[in-house]
Design a protein around this ligand. Structure first.
Ligand SMILES: Nc1nc2c(c(=O)[nH]1)N[C@H]1C(S)=C(S)[C@@H](COP(=O)(O)O)O[C@H]1N2
Ligand SMILES: [Mo]
Length: 377
């Protein structure tokens, strides 16, 4: 194997297999957490048929915690990946590029792994900044890439298994190194730890309330927004007009359909819950909500206990105007059609006159400006 002459010749401890294994292990852990929390988010956002009725509504903050971890592990993976690449990169250009069929497959999967992981983390990062520059659906591509990475990573781990096995342990047998030799690696790992710590601490405040004061790397501050809660899409951006609101009625379609004015809705039994809004873009915030139980509204429409629901918003522009709610949520006493937030009537940007709030539900599905509930067959 030859390394092209324009690339550095790495010899030190920072580039030996031990270092690469240590960094790889940490990167693997970050990617694993990111993958598992991502799969969970996907299942909650688009439940497969086998999951119908079984979606967990507890713990109520489950989505908040797991998606906070998703963003945190994804952000931490950026310095880890960059350092991992730095420790080995001249070898990625070794010559001749292909020596055998097996070698070609190995190199090919590695190229896919590196490219897909860089793209995945970059896309995710831009998403936390609410920056959707792609013409394609973020979610579909993010999801597909996750599986491409998983496949390529398994191939990579299989190929490197002997090397990893030899260097996995804290002090691989028979390789006790002179203390002086370890210094270079230790300083690299310390620098890496500092970088990971720094990016985590300045971004975790999006979901970890005690770290809010340290937010630097986050486009939204969970502490700002009307009624103490951030807003992604304002009423103006959604095209909600004064006329829409003046003539507002809640329409419930089901075996016994009915309509309610806001005054009639306010006259129904009101319930108070404390539940977070947790956006997959990385921020989350808990709040006090007050409103009518969705299960009471459905019972009034003659729906059987545990019917699924389609929720339709007044919204004219953009996505998330319609959501479907699994029966696990409609049966849950904490699921509200909320009329009030943190002690006051919902502000227009928070979905006045009525919005959905349900436990352990992805933020994108907490539909605002609700105008119609349809019991699904
Ligand atoms: N009708 C409607 N409901 C919506 C949205 C929307 O754009 N339109 N945004 C969703 C998203 S992505 C989140 S995270 C929560 C909170 O977002 P907000 O900041 O737009 O209120 O509301 C959800 N409800
Ligand atoms: Mo969101």
């Amino acid at each position: 194997m030859r390394i092209p002459t324009f690339l550095p010749r790495f010899r030190g401890r920072s580039h030996d297999p031990r270092t690469v294994t240590v960094v790889g292990r940490l990167l693997g852990l970050a990617l694993l957490v990111c993958f598992l929390t991502g799969v969970l988010s996907h299942v909650l956002q688009e439940p497969p048929t086998w999951a119908a009725g079984r979606l967990p509504t507890r713990p109520v903050s489950g989505y908040r915690v797991t998606q906070g971890l998703h963003a945190i592990s994804g952000i931490a993976a950026v310095p880890l990946l960059l350092v991992k690449l730095w420790t080995v990169y001249p070898r990625l250009f070794s010559w001749p590029p292909v020596r055998s069929v097996a070698h070609a497959l190995e190199r090919g999967s590695l190229a896919v792994l590196v490219a897909a992981t860089l793209l995945e983390l970059f896309m995710g990062l831009l998403n936390t900044a609410q920056w959707y520059l792609w013409p394609f659906s973020f979610r579909q591509v993010h999801w597909s890439l996750a599986w491409v990475i998983t496949g390529a990573l398994l191939v990579h781990l299989a190929v490197k298994a002997p090397l990893i096995a030899a260097h996995w342990r804290r002090t691989p047998p028979g390789t006790a190194e002179p203390a002086a030799d370890g210094v270079e690696r230790r300083s690299l790992l310390l620098g890496l730890a500092a970088a990971v710590g720094a990016v985590t601490v300045v971004s975790a405040g999006q979901s970890v309330t005690p770290l809010e004061g340290l937010l630097l790397l986050a486009p939204r501050d969970p502490g700002t927004g009307p009624q103490g809660l951030p807003v992604n899409r304002t009423a103006a951006a959604a095209g909600i007009t004064a006329d829409d609101l003046r003539e507002w009625r809640l329409r419930v379609a089901g075996p016994e359909p009915y309509e309610l004015t806001l005054a009639e809705l306010r006259a129904m039994p009101q319930h108070r819950v404390e539940l977070p809004i947790a956006c997959v873009e990385g921020w989350s915030k808990s709040a006090h909500w007050e409103g009518v139980r969705v299960k009471d509204l459905l019972a009034r429409a003659g729906a059987r206990d545990g019917a699924a629901l389609r929720i339709v918003s007044l919204q004219r522009h953009g996505g998330y105007g319609v959501s479907e709610m699994d029966r696990a949520y409609t049966r849950d006493g904490l699921t509200l059609l909320a009329l009030r937030l943190n002690g006051a009537v919902l502000s227009p940007d928070h979905g006045y006159p009525a919005r959905i709030i349900a436990p352990n539900r992805p933020g994108v599905l907490q539909t605002k400006w609700v105008t119609r509930l349809e019991v699904m067959a």
